[in-house]
Design a protein around this ligand. Structure first.
Ligand SMILES: Cc1cc2nc3c(=O)[nH]c(=O)nc-3n(C[C@H](O)[C@H](O)[C@H](O)COP(=O)(O)O)c2cc1C
Length: 369
């Protein structure tokens, strides 16, 4: 299960409803990656997203990991700092959000928009504050502490969120990072924060319990583009080989987001994750726009070792069973992706719960017998 922000943790504390949601989706041996989970008070940029830096967060997550483990599932915590994808209304003391450089999110010269929990409307993303070099060890320490907390909360490991234009990606990509110190400029310098965070987290947990998510190619998400994505990400993959990570989780280049509907779709593109797959010597998870058939083909051809499913797992709690028997998924409702209650969260039906589904299951059992 791919990491999926659902905005249902008031006060950043995971709830019993969240435990139930993840439990519905847990299967023996199946890896669930948690929704992105904030590592420090400056890391928020969306309403009601969970944290992992206070004791109450750890206690809240413990009920979730226990629920997943009760089904034999495996759960990693996705560790997150949004960086500039935020607004003073999310920040302690209404300070400016932080980033690699004082470069705001804009699209074709127009400012990007962020929902403010204070005005309850869309506001322009502000120009963030560039982190001082002396502040960077504190950011690494926040990820380290979050990893320690994740272990205390019962997670089986963590995934460092280096994708989708958030803080780590704001250092990686030269479309954003304009620093002139050893955290900017060359590929080695821009990769430094990412690698130092991975190193710190590996020291805490052991590399075999650590994954990293990257989106090598720019998508419509948060205006995070790099001029040389192959060179940057091949370098990262080579450096990551030194750790022996649990996995590298890569977002497909062919996955694009419609700026109007916000829906992801699969585009034809000559871009490919192959070069990173060839260089990285550990397991690769691929995500973005997969169907039952294309996922089987991707794993079968060796393009990746596993596929993570996102929206299909939102709509289909018994997705794993349906992948096994080739059954269709429920349709997802984008309107309830980030709404507060159980609707569109706990109430998607399993095959067992509908007459048509039970008939399908019976037919599949008959075919197997
Ligand atoms: C509602 C929603 C929330 C998401 N939240 C996260 C997140 O917290 N962390 C992350 O790395 N990706 C997040 N993503 C991206 C998904 O993990 C995944 O890469 C994307 O949905 C494409 O996969 P799919 O086509 O199987 O849905 C989110 C996507 C959706 C639709």
């Amino acid at each position: 299960m791919a990491p999926l922000t659902r905005c249902r943790a008031p006060g950043a504390v995971p709830t019993p409803m969240m435990a139930e949601y993840y439990k519905q989706r847990a299967t023996p041996g199946g890896l669930i990656i948690s929704e992105a989970t904030v590592v420090s008070p400056t890391g928020f940029g969306y309403p009601n997203t969970p944290g992992i830096f206070e004791p109450a967060h750890v206690d809240g997550w413990r009920q979730v990991t226990e629920a997943v483990h009760s089904q034999g599932g495996i759960m990693f915590s996705q560790l997150w700092h949004v960086g500039r994808v935020s607004h003073p209304h999310f920040q302690p003391g209404e300070a400016l959000p932080i980033s690699s450089s004082a470069v705001p999110i804009s699209f074709d010269g127009q400012p990007g928009k962020v929902f403010s929990p204070k005005t309850m409307q869309m506001e322009d993303y502000p120009t963030p504050r560039a982190l001082g070099k002396e502040e960077i060890p504190g950011i690494i320490a926040d990820f380290r502490k979050a990893a320690r907390n994740a272990k205390a909360a019962g997670f089986d490991g963590v995934e460092v969120h280096g994708a989708n234009g958030y803080l780590i990606d704001q250092f990686l990509k030269d479309g954003i990072n304009q620093r002139t110190d050893e955290y900017g400029g060359s590929i080695e310098n821009r990769a430094r924060l990412c690698l130092q965070i991975v190193e710190a987290v590996c020291e805490e947990l052991g590399a075999e319990k650590v994954g990293l998510r990257l989106s090598p190619f720019g998508t419509a998400i948060h205006a995070a583009e790099d001029s040389h994505p192959y060179a940057l990400n091949v370098y990262l993959a080579e450096e990551l080989n030194k750790f022996g990570l649990a996995y590298l989780h890569l977002i497909e280049p062919r996955q694009v987001i419609d700026p109007v509907t916000k829906e992801y779709s699969v585009a034809d593109t000559p871009l490919t994750l192959r070069p990173f797959r060839e260089v990285f010597n550990g397991a690769v998870i691929s995500a973005g726009g997969f169907t039952t058939e294309t996922a089987a083909a991707a794993v079968g051809s060796g393009a990746c070792d596993a596929v993570a499913f996102g929206r299909s797992f939102i709509s289909t709690p018994d997705l794993v069973q349906r992948l096994r028997i080739g059954a269709a998924w429920n349709k997802w409702d984008r309107n309830t992706f980030y709404s507060p209650g159980p609707e569109g969260y706990l109430d998607y039906p399993t095959l067992e719960e509908t007459e048509e589904g039970r008939a399908l299951l019976a037919a599949a059992a008959g075919a197997a017998a």
